[in-house]
Design a protein around this ligand. Structure first.
Ligand SMILES: Nc1ncnc2c1ncn2[C@@H]1O[C@H](COP(=O)(O)OP(=O)(O)O)[C@@H](O)[C@H]1O
Ligand SMILES: [Mg+2]
Length: 331
């Protein structure tokens, strides 16, 4: 294991930001922590980094215990061997790109082959030749790439990223997401990526962990969490959810759901379930039409290749294997 979190918890006064939490992350794994604002993502990340002191538990990074409440171990952040990237870039405005990237190496008096290593890091993020610029002379995306370079220049095995793309516009985010993922692969990094954006989490990660109120609710590969959410909150958080009418054999305490892209207007097989809905609203989103339908009193989202008309009655088909059952929460 690259990262092992055992019963780690963190309170801020009466706020239980992180309830006792366990998590194992394998070497080279790219994992995302996803969940609504305030659910404890940053707290967990900062705890791993050593920027936040947990109230209890044990943390192991690559076979080295860096925090243990019972054993009184607390390795300072700068000696944990992790690279960190923040949402607001956190660059020094009065230092050049080169000096921003070199900063951590100089602080540690680790200046052997300094120039070569800084230039290696800058070239990995496609910023070769930008050494002498100041942060304010760069675009937001370039500034964030400088902060990636700064995180990798010390050649850490683990990189922790807290909403690194949230301050950037959508097109830039997608490009940087791909860059980050391939950088992590090429360098063999173990990555923990915090985001409140479930699409970003699913597209970049080997595995995602969904959090709420300081608790990890579900963890798994993106396909599993998306297609088989273990509770209503997750179903609705990670994607658009269509609940089947009760007439489809839903037992008390159960919800049956599917995802919009599973519904078709043509029958694919004899076993397909059949529904009739009325189109209430249609929006064009470029690659398809997204329609809101009323299906036996349930509000569904369905995708169409051709524009349906509002008021149309349409028949929809669904393969039984795409029906997922959730046990209703009892809280
Ligand atoms: N330094 C702090 N002092 C007091 N409360 C904090 C502090 N940091 C975080 N919290 C609280 O802990 C909870 C989790 O916060 P955080 O980990 O930042 O959530 P997220 O990153 O998922 O948005 C929130 O209720 C937040 O208000
Ligand atoms: Mg946060």
């Amino acid at each position: 294991m690259s990262i092992t979190v055992e019963n780690v918890e963190k309170n801020f006064g009466s706020v239980q930001a992180l309830k006792p939490t366990n998590l194992e992350i394998g070497s080279g794994e790219f994992i995302s922590l996803v969940g609504p604002s305030g659910c404890g993502k940053t707290t967990l990340l900062r705890t791993i980094a050593g920027l936040e002191l947990p109230d209890d538990g044990k943390l192991t990074l690559i076979d080295r215990v860096v925090f243990s409440k019972p054993d009184g171990i607390d390795v300072p952040a700068e000696n944990r061997g992790v690279g960190m990237v923040f949402q607001d870039f956190a660059l020094w405005p009065h230092l050049t790109v080169f000096e921003n990237v070199a900063f951590g190496l100089r602080a540690r008096k680790d200046t052997d082959r300094l120039k070569e290593r800084v230039q290696w890091a800058l070239s990995r993020v496609q910023l070769a030749g930008y050494d002498d610029r100041y942060p304010k002379q760069l675009s937001g995306g370039q500034q964030q790439r400088v902060s990636f370079a700064r995180a990798i220049v010390t050649e850490p095995k683990i990189i922790l990223l807290d909403e690194p793309l949230s301050a950037l516009d959508a097109v830039l985010r997608e490009g940087l997401r791909l860059m980050l993922r391939s950088l992590a692969n090429e360098l063999g990094l173990t990555a923990v990526y915090v985001t409140h954006d479930q699409h970003e989490a699913m597209s970049i990660s080997d595995r995602i962990v969904v959090m709420r109120d300081g608790v990890m609710l579900q963890r798994g590969i993106p396909e599993e969490v998306y297609n088989k959410p273990n509770q209503l909150f997750i179903a609705e958080f990670v994607g658009k959810t269509n609940f089947l009418p009760e007439s489809n054999g839903t037992a008390p305490g159960e919800l049956k759901m599917t995802r919009p892209e599973r519904l078709t207007v043509q029958r694919q097989s004899k076993q397909d379930l059949e529904f009739t809905g009325v189109v209430e609203m249609v929006s064009y989103v470029g690659d398809r039409y997204e329609a809101h339908l009323d299906v036996e009193g349930k509000k569904w989202v369905v995708y169409f290749e051709e524009r349906p008309d509002e008021g149309d009655r349409v028949t929809l088909y669904l393969a039984p294997k795409f029906v997922h059952t959730i046990k209703e929460e009892t809280e």
